[in-house]
Design a binder for this molecule. Structure first.
Ligand code: GTP
Ligand code: MG
Length: 200
């Protein structure tokens, strides 16, 4: 009920940030969405908020190049991060966003949970491990969210869940519950809303 109210209320784009000194004041509860390019971070924010064009989603990997802040109600921020692991951009550009991403994940005191999105077809990759290790070191609790569940057959889901569960067990900052989602079909969206609403 709290989740329904929260997500039925005001959601707005606040700003896109390209450097640490552009971050908004850290006086709200904040959750962020991290993950490889094209994994579905922006689409998930749109599905959660029920606002299709809120976060820009696209077929072109590397679409989100800034840290985008959205206000959710009066007390929370949803944060859409640039994707990592995308090779097809100029090296200096990639390095600049990776540096910003790392500084943000390691240094943001109001960050209550990092959702790390993993494509349900592929499981955890080496580039994901880098971020998970960074989150361990920063003592930021992270939670794995499998995306694009609609693209995986029911019978193949158990295998990827098992791979993710085994990998997470090695990370002290991992929250054990894995959420399987589809922004297209709506799977897991209510669960994720409840998790976000429940963070204090
Ligand atoms: P970057 O900003 O480039 O890092 O990408 P992103 O992680 O924000 O991904 P985005 O939300 O832009 O989605 C990438 C592509 O995947 C788009 O073509 C989406 O339509 C598609 N997509 C996202 N979520 C789902 C899903 O749940 N199911 C299916 N079938 N496609 C999805
Ligand atoms: Mg995006």
């Amino acid at each position: 009920e709290a989740a329904r109210k929260l997500f039925a209320g005001e959601v707005d784009f606040l700003k896109g940030v390209v450097a640490m000194d552009g971050l908004p004041p850290d006086n709200r509860i904040e959750v962020c969405f991290a993950g490889r390019s094209n994994v579905g971070k922006s689409s998930l924010i749109n599905a959660l908020t029920g606002r299709k064009g809120l976060a820009r989603a696209s077929n072109t990997p590397g679409r989100t190049q800034e840290i985008n802040f959205f206000t959710l109600g009066a007390e929370r921020y949803l944060v859409d991060l640039p994707g990592y692991g995308f090779a097809n951009a100029p090296v200096n550009v990639v390095q600049a966003w990776q540096a910003l991403l790392k500084a943000y994940l390691a240094g943001r005191v109001s960050l209550r949970r990092a959702f790390v999105l993993i494509d349900a077809r592929h499981g955890i990759k080496a580039v994901d491990e880098e971020i998970l290790t960074l989150l361990d070191r920063s003592a930021v609790t992270f939670q794995a969210v499998l995306t694009k569940a609609d693209k995986v057959k029911e019978k193949d889901r158990a295998k990827v869940l098992e791979q993710v569960r085994t990998r997470l067990a090695k990370h002290p900052a991992a929250y054990p519950e894995i959420v399987l989602t589809s922004s297209e079909k709506g799977d897991g969206i209510a669960t994720l809303r409840a998790i976000i609403a429940g963070l204090g």
